[in-house]
Design a protein around this ligand. Sequence first.
Ligand code: PLP
Length: 459
Amino acid sequence: MDPREAALRKAYDHAVRWLASLPDRRVPARADAEAIVRALGPDLPDGPGAPAEVVDLLATACEPGLTAFPGGRFFGFVVGGTEPAALATDWLVSAWDQNCVMRAASPAYAAVEDIAGAWLLDLLGLPRGGSVGFTTGATTANFTCLAAGRDEVLRRAGWDVARDGLQGGPGVRVLAGASRHMAVDLALRYLGLGSPEPVAADDQGRMEAGALRRALAGGGSGPVIVVLQAGDIHSGAFDPFTESVRAAREAGAWVHVDGAFGLWAAVSPRHAHLMAGCAGADSWATDAHKTLNVPYDCGLAIVRDPSALRAAMGERGDYLIQHEHGDPIDKVPELSRRGRAFTVWAALRSLGRSGVADLVERLCRHAASFAAGIAAVEGATVLNDVVFTQVCAEFGDDERTDRVLARLLDDGTAWISGSTWHGRRVMRISVSNWSTTDDDVRRTLDAIRRAAGTPAQGP
Ligand SMILES: *Cc1c(COP(=O)(O)O)cnc(C)c1O
């Protein structure tokens, strides 16, 4: 057999076995990193090995050290699984090995990126004609959008960042909610904008629109960026967009929204009200590898004014073949990169409009079941208003909460991470995986009851 085909068949066998193990395997890894190093052997071999054997060694040695992230009972951080069509397409993306920089070099990629971008704007209720860049994740998507915003507000102030940099230019004021995600701070740091001025948020993490209005009124007339949030990682809460966007626009600010997982509320008739007014912003960052459940790594940088994004990210090279209507290269920080839009297209094509809405509603329904189930555990309290996919709970005091979390991880049925919210330790559940079933939720609630030292209920 051709060595390439033999290696692919080996990878296929291991992948299928891995996926089949997900419904019943322990969610946390069974082995630590040292054990995996021992199993692989730390030394670089002197000579070549057969590709199929290399794949076999890697897959066999790593298996005990893998976490069941793509399974139905991983509720830590905010991660997604992998939709079947997107996973299979991701393999094709590697086999096709397209460099997705230029329209002329890979017409197939350019076509699919155009279609997927238009579908996304439609589904998310964002302005038709906006520009959609396919980044590595929401951190880079925030970076990309905020770069477009920074350059644009400075351009309006008569300053050209691309030519003159930031030194000596007008200062840019950045206002962001007190409960923003740290990815926003990272993006601002990369952009040379420093830490944002925090705007007060309520107990759910929602920015207070009145506080934003006052903060904007207190500044001068210089360049301003306002960063809003769709989906707080603890509570799932959404900023009051209508009010905040209006206040920011009146102050001449660029309005950006970090909606890494929350932007997807727009696709669900039941949850779209959370997004009311959000489409009035200038830019939006979200992930495809969270709620949409495509494989890593894929984020989306969406900008209302394509020329602002192109001015920040576009590049001209004498050796490139560039299209007058712009190329994929004009929308993201990277030059060479893989065909991320292929997997997004496959996920959307396979789910269809109703499938994307069903996915989001299923995640929210599971989150509500978790809230109800945990509230019934003796001594447990759900701390947030469960409006979307996130649930935060405590079990009496910090010590007991940490003990329940540690016992739960030991138990291995599910993975749920802890956090500190409003000064107390919390169990933080994020329902983000397409494959989570009612039974997964039931089994996880049983495990939580065991960890809390209260017996399981019912059959
Ligand atoms: C996950 C997340 C990010 C960062 O996204 P990455 O894809 O991990 O880079 C930013 N903001 C929010 C609200 C998130 O949940």
